[in-house]
Design a protein around this ligand. Sequence first.
Ligand SMILES: Cc1ncc(COP(=O)(O)O)c(C=O)c1O
Length: 333
Amino acid sequence: MACDCGIFNKLKRGMATGNSNDNGNGNKGKEDKGKEGDSSGNNASSSSKNTLVKDNRMAPLCKSPDWSEFEGVKASAFYSAGGELRACRFLTEVSQILMQYYVTSRNSKNKLLDFHHPHQLREMMGHCLDLDESPRDLEQLLSDCKETLKYCVKTGHGHFFNQLSTGLDIVGLAGEWLTAVSNTNMFTYEVAPVFTLMEDVVLRRMLSKVGWEDGDGTFAPGGAVSNLYGVLLARHHTFPNVKTEGMPSCAQPVVFTSEQSHFSIKRACVLLGLGTNNYIKIPCDSRGKMVVSELEQQILAAKREGKVPMMVNAMCGTTVMGAFDPTEEIADL
Ligand SMILES: Cc1ncc(COP(=O)(O)O)c(C=O)c1O
């Protein structure tokens, strides 16, 4: 393996590679100091001019890891005498791995992805993925951490572009670490006092963004659940009796959505008992925007059949084309 600049030469002993901390079959092993490289397994030229190299503050990242103290030590050791210190040492090593990954993955000279087909990767990572009957030792876990990151898509890489996400927000990352270390949940104020207040502040800000002075809300874990909530809200708004009487109490509701919309809208219609026949896809123009005249035709047709138009799902940034539907025209219909 080879590094592309001084810091990566220094980091080489501390970076995960196909074999740097690997004895050939992916299992833990002592660092192979005769080889050069980075966690992406790329080759690149060396440059001693890199300013990071001259920066002593980066020194901890350049240090070769010594995990020998974790050899044969299981996680249960964290809970016995001296466990606290051992836990701190272990977490320090984990954070070194994570920071080294951050530095290496940002380097555009390195590969964005060390791609392998699923069956190949399954075989290559068997030592990480296979579930043993007995717990692994901590040295192996550290090795597995490096190995896992090695095959990740480097989303902080300069050439990573995605329609939904890109880059790495360092403050956000710090927040994620903070959340993980607090190891709580959002059940009640008693178990998450500060986070409960934070939730309230953020919800209030979001309500004000859409022009509401009062209201309530909840955070959703992703797009599919948000869409489910959206269809649920539309159903509750149109047929509030469903809450107590169930679906037989409502006429045949229909949902209209752009043909470019995410399949989770259809799934929400299934989950909420609307039926796929009442999920109507509206054609889009060449730029992926919903054609409003087509929507109008479909709404009129549904009404003629005695159905009740319950929701139009207008998109602001479709999954593939990033299109924005003409929301004002749709609202005027
Ligand atoms: C418009 C839209 N809705 C929902 C989803 C699903 O999001 P998630 O995977 O976070 O549930 C996506 C994902 O691409 C999306 O583009």
